[in-house]
Design a protein around this ligand. Sequence first.
Ligand SMILES: Cc1cc2nc3c(=O)[nH]c(=O)nc-3n(C[C@H](O)[C@H](O)[C@H](O)COP(=O)(O)OP(=O)(O)OC[C@H]3O[C@@H](n4cnc5c(N)ncnc54)[C@H](O)[C@@H]3O)c2cc1C
Length: 297
Amino acid sequence: MKWIDYSSPNTIDEAISILSGKKGKARSLAGGTDLIVQMRAAPQRLNNPDIIVDIKSIPELNQVEFGSNGLTIGAAVPCYKIYQNAKIADAYPGLIDSASLIGGTQIQGRASLGGNLCNAAPSGDAIPTLIAHNVTCTIVGPKGERTVSAEDFCTAPGKTILDGDEILVSLHFPTPPKGFGARYMRFIPRNEMDIAVVGAGVSVIIDSSGKISNAKIALASVAPTPIVINDAVDALIGQEPTESVINNAGQIARNSIKPITDMRGTVEFRQQLSDVLTRRALNDAITRAKGGSINDH
Ligand SMILES: Cc1cc2nc3c(=O)[nH]c(=O)nc-3n(C[C@H](O)[C@H](O)[C@H](O)COP(=O)(O)OP(=O)(O)OC[C@H]3O[C@@H](n4cnc5c(N)ncnc54)[C@H](O)[C@@H]3O)c2cc1C
């Protein structure tokens, strides 16, 4: 077995300097629930790292901060710290949908939203939720800091806009506007510990006249990366959230995607799920937007 070094820097600068020095041969580790499994199963996929850079000791990657313009969550904060935080659960119940269903209790003790996003699985359960909440990602590398929307972060299965010597530092969730509601749902054949056959993360804003003034619909497991269904959103904006309007959005989602058939589901099954989950997630997001709650956590 190959020798792999381990480092646990306490600052972003230190982490970047290690990553830059070993560009292409160093990997960041947050919870390790993807990384360790992949290194064991398919080391060639990760280009045989020489060193693991454990970023969990860096304060900025562990922050949970409510500010005047929203919530900033460090990229390495484990899921349990998110769903056990009453303030987050109150302000962002749609985020709790994802944080509380990734893996099981043990996985949630380590797994982070940042790791889910950086792993860039087409089925990543946090990614549609980050997109639906219009999250901005703060990235730091040797050339300094930059921000990218969660929507633009994943570029292909397992690939992101990150350079090998950059780290994702934090995720910024804007303050939910009045009338905002979000929801994430997925279909898996088992009750938990499974990969989404389809996942749907949606958000809506209901204005004072009861109409949908804005929305976002992101689907997982239907394309090489989680994708946004803009045509379905266009069909919602300016409409009252009636059954026929929601059904129409579900149909558009179904017809917009070009999924593959694999061992977990056929093209037809994924199309059907995209319709059903888009409709259900929209209805629940609308309930939340109107101040109601979903009895699901
Ligand atoms: C039993 C089991 C069940 C699971 N169930 C689910 C599930 O239901 N849904 C789901 O979506 N996933 C699931 N997963 C996958 C995994 O747990 C999640 O994707 C998790 O969110 C990954 O987070 P992590 O902190 O462990 O990432 P890590 O494994 O530490 O990292 C993942 C990848 O991202 C990179 N990385 C991590 N953080 C950063 C950073 N800040 N900057 C740059 N690069 C970074 C790493 O180098 C690595 O390539 C499961 C895994 C297991 C083992």
